[in-house]
Structures are given as C-alpha cells and as structure tokens.
Design a binder for this molecule. Structure first.
Ligand code: G
Ligand code: G
Ligand code: MN
Ligand code: NA
Length: 254
C-alpha cells in the first residue's frame, strides 16, 4: 500500500501539522476553546484527510506515536498562546480508540501535561460514542481515571453510536458534542430537530455541557439558539486554521 509506506516516514519528515478550529460561547459568541485537527501534507501524495489516513494508522499501530505527538503539540501550542497573553480556553484533542486502549494512556496524558505545563482543566479529550460503547465497562473505568487527572472528557459524534441511556449516566463526561449529521438539516427536518433537542435536554439533566458542531448557516444557528447549548463550532464561525492564523483570531476577539 502506497499510503502505508508514505505514512511510515511522515512523522520523521515532519509532514504532520495541526489545524485549530475555534469553538464559541452560545450566549455571547466569544471563543471558549479550540479543537486540534490533525493534518498530513505528503510530498508524494499531497494533502490527505484524517478520515483517509487515520484508519490506516490505526491498523498499523502508528496512531500510537502520531496520537502522542498530536497531544504534545496541542498542549505545547496552548502553552505558547498563554505565554503570548492570549486566552485560548479549552484545547480539545481527538483520541483514537487504539490510543484509548493502549496500556499506560492515562500516565501518558499526565506526563504530557507535566512536560508542557498545561493545566489539566484546560485540556479536553474527545472520545467518540462508538469507541466508548465498544467496551463500555472499560470506558467507564478509563474515563474515571482521566477525570481524576482533572482533564475534561467530551463524547464526540454523539447520537451516532447507540449509547444506552444507562451508560450515558455512568460515563463521567463533561461534554457531549451533537454530531453534525443532526445539525445539517436541523432547520428543515423535524426528526433531526427533535433529536437535537432531546440530546440537549438529556445532557442538561445529567449536568453535562453541550456543544453543537457543523454549523454553517444562519438558519441552523437560529434553530440551535432555541436550545440550551453551551458552545457552537462550525465553518459559520471559523474554519480550522493554522496556529498562526488562530493567534490573530483569538487576538481580534479580545
Ligand atoms: O479534520 P477533519 O474534519 O477532516 O477530521 C475528520 C475526522 O478525523 C474527524 O472524525 C476527526 O475527529 C478525526 N481527527 C482529526 N484529527 C484527529 C486526531 O488528531 N486524532 C484522531 N484520532 N482523529 C482525528
Ligand atoms: O469527528 P469530529 O467532530 O472530530 O470531526 C471534526 C471535523 O468536522 C473536522 O474535520 C472539521 O474539519 C469538520 N468540520 C468542522 N466544522 C464543520 C462544518 O461546519 N461543516 C462540516 N461539514 N464539517 C466541519
Ligand atoms: Mn472532534
Ligand atoms: Na464530532
């Protein structure tokens, strides 16, 4: 496989970088954090999306090394922004199921926080609902261990992974991210609107914050404003940007 071979050299050749997408407060539109999104620019293959290469890296096990680099890089960048006097809010990092299952993952997170000087409460790990439901008993245990470090835990792509309500109650999540598939047609599809409203009500009753993602239009936003989300994320507010461009975006809003 061409991609597998290219991927093997990508780390040592510095072909990965992170893009950051700002998340804003639903009440006043100010930035509340950013999500780090992995990018790969290969000289041979061009720009390859994570949807294409992450499954390959998971299969080969390389995601362990790549995932650690993402976490380190995101925490370092957050510390740099802080040192520059910016208020970047939360740094959200996507975690692969393979990382989540690796022995010593909790210790790895603790070590990266220590070496980068990042405050645990400034970090939020995004775990997908389907990853948690693949082994829910283990997920409950892992989530408690991570929360004990002080980091936040978001359940990403919520609504697509068949969580039972009893597990949702037992997962110590600090946030739920409503999957963008429910936001896409929220202003025109009554079922999607009903599901989004139910997710928000459920999360609120469990004392969990809600982020709606994938917002692209005024109409979607107007509909979401009737619900009680804490934050919004989507192209409507900001594209994923380079660290340098984010700096200006955070600065301009101070
Ligand atoms: O950035 P984009 O929307 O193309 O991301 C596509 C998918 O890749 C999303 O599901 C996103 O969560 C995932 N993704 C992006 N960055 C990372 C990362 O650093 N680690 C993992 N495991 N997944 C990521
Ligand atoms: O699975 P996860 O939620 O981590 O995926 C995040 C992905 O969603 C990123 O790759 C990001 O580029 C993408 N994204 C962010 N905002 C929007 C949006 O408004 N519309 C669409 N279609 N994708 C978005
Ligand atoms: Mn995510
Ligand atoms: Na998501």
């Amino acid at each position: 496989l061409v991609m597998e071979t290219a991927l093997r050299h990508a780390m040592e050749r510095n072909e990965f970088y992170l893009a950051y997408q700002i998340r804003v407060s639903a009440t006043d539109g100010t930035p509340t954090g950013t999500e780090a999104l992995l990018r790969w620019r290969s000289p041979e293959l061009g720009d390859i999306t994570p949807a294409e290469f992450i499954p390959v890296a998971e299969h080969s096990g390389q995601i362990i090394e790549i995932g650690r680099w993402v976490l380190q890089q995101a925490c370092r960048q957050h510390s740099i922004w802080r040192a520059q006097g910016l208020q970047p809010g939360l740094m959200a990092v996507n975690i692969s199921v393979v990382q989540f299952r690796q022995a010593g993952f909790v210790e790895q997170v603790a070590a990266i926080l220590a070496e980068t000087g990042m405050k645990a409460h400034d970090l939020e790990l995004e775990l997908t609902e389907s990853m948690l439901m693949a082994n829910p008993e283990n997920a409950v245990m892992m989530m408690h261990a991570l929360r004990a470090l002080g980091v936040g835990l978001a359940i990403d792509d919520f609504g697509t992974g068949y969580s039972s309500l009893s597990y949702l109650k037992r997962f110590p999540a600090s946030r739920i991210k409503i999957d963008q598939s429910f936001v896409r047609d929220i202003d025109i599809n009554q079922e999607d609107a009903a599901i989004a409203a139910a997710i928000v009500a459920l999360a609120r009753s469990l004392n969990i914050e809600v982020t709606a993602e994938g917002i692209e239009t005024d109409e979607q936003l107007a509909h979401l404003n009737r619900l009680d989300c804490a934050d919004y994320q989507g192209y409507y507010f900001a594209q994923p940007l380079t660290a340098e461009d984010i700096r200006f975006a955070l600065d301009a809003t101070l």
